[in-house]
Design a protein around this ligand. Structure first.
Ligand code: GLY
Ligand code: MN
Ligand code: MN
Length: 450
C-alpha cells in the first residue's frame, strides 16, 4: 500500500467496491429485521456554541463515514434501498462565509447516484416517497431533519450494524494501515522534539505537522505528557514551559485517513537507564499479550491475564512483592493499572459494539472489579483492537491501599522513585486473524523508521 492519504488513492478503488457490497449486505439484513425498506443515513449538523454563532468542529455520524469517506459534509444523506445503487444527497450550500464542499470526486464517487442540493428543502424530493417504510440513522437535533420519517435509530437495525462493524472490511483495514503509518510518522517527529528538549506544546505542534492534521482532524486530543504528567491518563493540557529536568515522555496520539483512526502510545526515557529498563519490560509484556490475540480468545481473559503479567513486572521492578493472584485480589495491580486493556478501533477511537455478545443486543459485562474495560467480546477475524497495558504512579489510587491488606505488598520507596517519571503505557493496534494477528502499529513504526 502506498502512503497516499487522499481520496484519489488508486489502491482503494477496488477495495471500496467490495466494502460497499459488504455494507449493502449488512444493511439488507438490518432492514429486513427492522421491517423497513430504506435506510436514510444523515451525516449530521455542526453544533453551535451556547449563546453564540460559533460552530464547533464538525463530528460526522460514523454510520455515514462507514459508507463514504466524507467526514466534512454536514446536512447530507445517503439513502440505501436493497438492490439499488445508494443515493447520496450531497449538500452544497450557497454560502460565501465558508468554503463549501467541492464537486464530488474520488474513489468513492462512482458508487453513488449523487444528487447535489443547495438548500435543505430540496432534500425531501430525493427521499423515498413512502416515509413509513424508511428508517433514519443519525443524530437528529431537529425533527425537520427527518422529513417526516418517524423511525429514528431503531434498536434492531442499530444493533445489527454495530455488531457487524466490529469486523473490518479490507477497505477499512487498508485505511487503518494508512492511519497507522500516518500516526507513526508523528510519533517519530514527536520523539525527536522531546530529545531536542521542547515543551509539550511544541512537541504537539511537531506531531501535528508531521501527520498534517489540525487539532480538529486528530481522532482524539493528543496526550503528550512530560515527567509526572505521564500519570494523568487523559492529560491534554500541553504545558508551554519546558520542565527544568526532563525525565520521561508519554505520548498517546493517533491519526486518521478517510475517517478511520489509529491510536498509538509510546513512552520514552530521556536518559535514566532504570526507567528505560522498566519501559523495556512493559514493552515485552505488551508484546506477549499481543501474541495471544487470535480468533476465539475472550478479551476479558486477556485483560485479567495482563494483570497477572503486570504483577510479575511489579515484583521484578521491586514496586511490589507477593504472588500474582494476591496482588490481583488485593487491588495492587489495579492501583498501578486502573484502565482497561483496550477497545475496538475503527471510525471511532472507542469503536461501537465492544460489549455486544451478538447482533440482537445482548451484552457481556466487564469482569467484576474492572469497570473500565471497554471490550468484552470473543475475538473474531478482522476485528481491530488496541492492546494498551499501563503502569502509573497515581497517588489517589495508591493511597487507597493504605490500611488494607495490600499496603504491605507495595514497596513504597520504589513508588517514590517512579513518581517523577509519571508512568508507562505502550499501545498497539492489532487485527485479529484466524491463527494469529497483524500488528498495524509495529509494522507502521518499522516502516516510518526505515
Ligand atoms: N487514546 C485513548 C485511548 O487510548 O483509549
Ligand atoms: Mn490511546
Ligand atoms: Mn486506546
Amino acid at each position: 500500500m502506498n502512503n497516499d492519504y487522499s481520496d484519489k488513492n488508486p489502491a482503494l478503488t477496488a477495495l471500496y467496491v467490495e466494502h460497499i457490497e459488504v455494507l449493502a449486505a449488512r444493511h439488507d439484513h438490518a432492514l429486513e429485521q427492522a421491517g423497513a425498506s430504506h435506510a436514510v443515513i444523515f451525516s449530521g449538523n455542526p453544533r453551535i456554541a451556547f449563546l453564540d454563532d460559533y460552530q464547533m468542529p464538525f463530528k460526522p455520524n460514523p454510520h455515514f463515514v462507514n459508507w463514504a469517506p466524507l467526514t466534512q459534509l454536514p446536512f447530507s444523506y445517503i439513502v440505501y434501498t436493497p438492490g439499488e445503487m445508494p443515493v447520496l444527497i450531497y449538500f452544497q450550500p450557497h454560502d460565501y462565509w465558508h468554503v463549501v464542499p467541492g464537486a464530488p470526486d474520488g474513489y468513492w464517487s462512482s458508487q453513488f447516484d449523487i444528487r447535489i442540493v443547495h438548500t435543505l428543502d430540496e432534500v425531501a424530493k430525493h427521499l423515498p416517497a413512502d416515509r413509513e417504510k424508511c428508517i433514519v440513522i443519525g443524530e437528529i437535533s431537529d425533527a425537520s431533519l427527518t422529513f417526516g420519517i418517524e423511525r429514528v435509530n431503531p434498536t434492531t437495525a442499530i444493533n445489527i450494524l454495530h455488531y457487524a462493524r466490529g469486523m473490518k472490511t479490507q477497505y477499512e483495514l487498508a485505511n487503518m494501515r494508512l492511519a497507522s503509518y500516518r500516526g507513526a510518522t508523528g510519533h517519530v517527529a514527536a520523539e525527536a522534539a522531546f530529545r531536542d528538549g521542547l515543551s509539550e506544546f511544541e512537541i504537539h505542534r511537531a506531531y501535528c505537522k508531521a501527520v498534517s492534521h489540525t487539532d480538529a482532524e486528530l481522532p482524539y486530543g493528543n496526550i503528550i505528557g512530560l515527567n509526572e504528567h505521564g500519570a494523568v491518563l487523559h492529560y491534554t493540557d500541553l504545558d508551554r514551559q519546558v520542565p527544568t529536568e526532563l525525565r520521561s515522555f508519554l505520548i498517546d496520539a493517533g491519526a486518521q485517513v478517510h475517517g478511520y483512526a489509529s491510536d498509538i502510545t509510546r513512552t520514552h526515557s530521556f536518559g535514566d537507564q532504570r526507567f528505560q529498563d522498566l519501559i523495556d519490560r512493559m514493552d515485552s509484556m505488551e508484546q506477549e499479550i499481543v501474541s495471544q490475540v487470535q480468533v476465539g480468545v475472550d478479551y476479558r481473559d486477556l485483560h485479567i491475564g495482563t494483570h497477572k503479567l503486570l504483577a510479575d513486572v511489579l515484583v521484578d521492578a521491586e514496586l511490589a512483592h507477593g504472588d500474582p493472584d494476591t496482588l490481583l485480589e488485593t487491588g495492587v495491580t489495579s492501583a498501578f493499572f486502573p484502565h482497561g486493556l483496550g477497545h475496538l478501533l475503527g471510525i471511532q477511537v472507542h469503536d461501537v459494539g465492544g460489549f455486544m455478545e451478538n447482533e440482537s443486543g445482548t451484552t457481556i459485562d466487564p469482569p467484576s472489579g474492572h469497570p473500565f474495560l471497554r471490550l468484552t467480546r470473543i475475538l473474531q477475524e478482522d476485528m481491530v483492537l488496541t492492546i494498551e497495558p499501563g503502569l502509573y504512579v497515581i497517588d489517589m489510587l495508591l493511597e487507597n491501599l493504605r490500611g488494607t491488606s495490600a499496603e504491605n505488598h507495595v514497596n513504597w520507596s520504589t513508588v517514590d522513585w517512579l513518581r517523577p517519571f509519571g508512568g508507562i503505557r505502550i499501545e498497539d493496534n492489532v487485527r485479529v486473524l484466524a491463527n494469529g494477528r497483524e500488528n498495524l502499529t509495529r509494522d507502521a513504526l518499522a516502516k516510518a523508521t526505515e
